[in-house]
Design a protein around this ligand. Structure first.
Ligand code: C2O
Ligand code: CU
Ligand code: CU
Length: 510
């Protein structure tokens, strides 16, 4: 009972106050919360918290992934149809070592075309999961590629034309972890203390299925669920020991920006992001992740009383969407529906709304095995001084359309051509009202500058990245070296609604 109250206390503060306030409740807050609880509709009261199950771990060598519709329990006694490349609600966690060869067979037992993309890995064109490689139901696709990237938190997901959003939402996604010797030498928490967390948000319709039919306004701002899922499990709980855990968090939502934080306000140690370990560990109280971005976090449960609970949340924040002009009409509608109607499938928690992600229950006292920050492996970053070219990409949204440089995606059109081996500086300009997590296939870039908006490179944007969040009014420049494979690759917004509607382009490395 108490834990439900605690959860609601947190949620109730969502729109009104910051995270810091949660720890110091006063009488005024208690009253505000009581009023809030009275109004707040209970969503799916029959759903109890399920145990967090880490997906099975598999090797990238001789792996077969069979994509199929399956009924699985996403909470105790609640079976839902998912589309998954494994037996669980999402795909297995694939683990590889740098230097291995991945040989993966995708069997498509879905009723529609699909293809998988290994997000963050640099692979040959034929292994990259470009939408034009999508295979028909009943067909098989074989991927063979060397794992050349450094240790890091990568992930994979379906990437068929116009259907990435719905397929990933239904479960066609998973975590892909790469290890290497430099990382292993650090003695980071492993085994049961290393937890992949693939975060999604979904709406469970009254008929027990996942609803995914973006309404008109959702085709603009994006599609938002009413509850978070980790590894395909709705609002899970995980028993933990009083020691340090390594959480490998992937934002695999359709459209949601996450502000990762702990409900007790404690800090976390950020050691890595999209492209692996950072140049140095950072102490953070929150980390912002757009869809596609990752955070490698050390969380210390030492000294917490057995029986207490701490929740990894997405803390509330003001949506960066600009609610003027078109944005107002569209986004405003989404907000109203999310808060007001409240019921199942009515509109989800709006962008920036507080959400519980994973609850940790302190289950057992052990001698804490801490991790003292020590030098992380040296990182060679693409050098903007060596750039031979700069290019600008303007992201904009017009009525019912999202495009880059004024054009919507055409699978066969090559929009930009890059010379193999070159370093270039690319600037992403957001002219529109919605935030765009911009993702480039086939490179790990260095974020060198952000002008406008937040006007700085955030602590979690150091090191190597493959996805960077560009808020309305921001220009973000990145440096990348295109020196691994020639071929046709993608650049796109990773808000999957935007991506499916055409905010994507081909670039060729020749
Ligand atoms: Cu997460 Cu085009 O990819
Ligand atoms: Cu990708
Ligand atoms: Cu976008």
């Amino acid at each position: 009972m108490l834990r439900r109250m605690d959860r609601r206390h947190f949620l109730s503060l969502g729109s009104a106050a910051g995270l810091a306030v949660v720890a110091h409740r006063g009488p005024a807050l208690e009253a505000a919360m009581a009023a809030y609880h009275a109004k707040r509709p209970r969503r799916h009261p029959h759903l109890d918290r399920a145990l967090l199950r880490p997906p099975p771990e598999v090797s990238a060598a001789n792996l077969t992934l069979r994509a199929a519709a399956r009924r699985v329990e996403i909470a105790p006694g609640v079976p839902v149809e998912v589309w998954s490349p494994g037996d669980g609600p999402v795909g297995p966690t694939i683990r590889a070592r740098s230097g291995d060869t991945a040989t993966i067979t995708l069997e498509n037992a879905l009723a529609e075309p699909t293809i998988l993309h290994w997000h963050g890995l640099r692979v040959p064109e034929a292994a990259d999961g470009h939408p034009r490689l999508a295979i028909a139901p009943g067909s098989t696709y074989r991927y063979t590629f060397p794992v050349i990237d450094r240790a890091g938190t990568y992930w994979y997901h379906a990437h068929p034309h116009h259907r990435t959003g719905v397929q990933a939402y239904r479960g066609m996604t998973g975590v892909l972890l790469v290890n290497d010797a430099a990382e292993e030498a650090l003695g980071l928490p492993d085994g049961a203390h290393e937890v992949p967390l693939l975060i999604q948000d979904r709406r469970l319709a009254a008929d027990g299925t996942f609803a995914y039919e973006p309404a008109m306004h959702e085709q603009m701002e994006g599609f938002f669920g009413d509850a978070a899922f980790a590894n395909g499990i709705r609002l899970p709980t995980m028993p933990v020991e009083t020691t340090t855990y390594r959480l490998r968090v992937v934002n695999a939502t359709t459209s949601r920006l996450l502000r990762l934080a702990l409900s007790n306000g404690h800090s976390m140690t950020l050691i890595g992001n999209d492209g692996g370990l950072l140049p140095a560990a950072e102490t953070v109280t929150s980390v912002d992740l757009g869809t596609g971005e990752r955070a490698d976090l050390l969380v210390d449960f030492a000294h917490l009383p057995v029986g207490s609970r701490v929740t990894l949340v997405s803390a509330p924040f003001a949506s960066p969407a600009r609610m003027g002009g078109m944005g107002m009409g569209m986004g405003g509608m989404g907000r109203g529906m999310g808060r007001g109607a409240g019921g199942m499938g009515a509109g989800g928690v709006p962008q920036g709304g507080a959400m519980d992600l994973v609850e940790f229950t302190i289950d057992r006292a052990v001698t804490p095995r801490g991790w003292t920050p020590r030098p992380l492996p040296t990182l060679v970053l693409p050098d903007p001084q060596r750039a031979t070219r700069t290019r600008t990409f303007r992201f904009n949204s017009a009525m019912m359309q999202h495009d880059i440089n004024g054009r919507a995606f055409d699978m066969e059109r090559i929009d930009e051509t890059v010379r193999f081996g070159d370093t270039e500086v690319w600037t992403f300009v957001n002219d529109g009202p919605f935030p765009h997590p911009v993702h480039v296939h086939e490179v790990q870039f260095q974020v060198i500058e952000r002008v406008g908006g937040r006007a700085r490179v955030m602590p979690w944007e150091r090191g190597l990245k493959d996805t960077v969040l560009v808020h309305p009014g921001e220009r973000v420049s990145v440096a990348a070296t295109f020196d691994r494979y020639r071929g046709r690759f993608l650049l796109h917004c990773h808000n999957m609604v935007h991506e499916d509607m055409g905010m994507m382009m081909n670039y060729a490395i020749v």
